[in-house]
Design a protein around this ligand. Sequence first.
Ligand code: MF3
Ligand code: CO
Ligand code: CO
Length: 256
Amino acid sequence: MKTKTEETSSIKIYSEDDFKGLKKAGSLAARTLEYIEKLIKPGVKTNFIDEVANKFLNDHGAFSAPLFYRGYTKSICTSINHVVCHGIPSDQTLKEGDIINIDITSILNGYYGDTSKTFSVGNVSIEAKKLIQLTYESMMEGIKILKPGITLGDIGFAIQSFAESNNCSVVRDFCGHGVGKTFHEEPNILHYGKKGEGLTIKKGMVFTIEPMINLGEYHTKVLSDGWTAVTKDKSLSAQFEHTVGIIDNGYEIFTL
Ligand code: MF3
Ligand code: CO
Ligand code: CO
């Protein structure tokens, strides 16, 4: 996800051919998530998940987009418990009861596919389970309304009202983003907002929806490694992400 920046102007419109390429890149990223799922268990190092995911991408003709992106040295992001996003794979091992978001972005034939999912490590608390389910549903609330003519504010509103009505908070400091032939493009996709506000969505736009939802307050801070974002109050945080494209009467999810 992106750190919020000021909105400027040029949003790319992708063609039907581009959509085909984006679907291949997206579906490979989704298959990578599926492939590493079996590694999510107590005792496994996040570095190992990173290596397996990178190899899977390479074996399928793709590259990891995060690897070497702005000085990032790993292939995926692994965000555990109160880590909101951009957790860096390391020698840390997973523990029973952890929740972990794995975020994978592929580059296949020049197209990017960006997706993430939060997994449970063994048995997790009822609160953690509830948060994971609610975060997935928040993302889907934002996706299911997509079609030409709605605004970015409509997306934010759908996600925020759903999350807050379930007593959780929406992270403000990171957002979704345009994606396609580069990793992070305009526009910013805020996961909170007001109905009818912001720019109007058009056919051919491609972007991510990737809400980060916290059990506590929405405030975050970035650790001294320059990447790892955590909740300030150390409350649990979950995230899901899909890359979507806008079509005539709705949307297509590329990362299935
Ligand atoms: N995949 C993340 C996103 O959803 C971005 C990760 S950038 C990294 O936009 F450098 F931290 F990997
Ligand atoms: Co993203
Ligand atoms: Co991502």
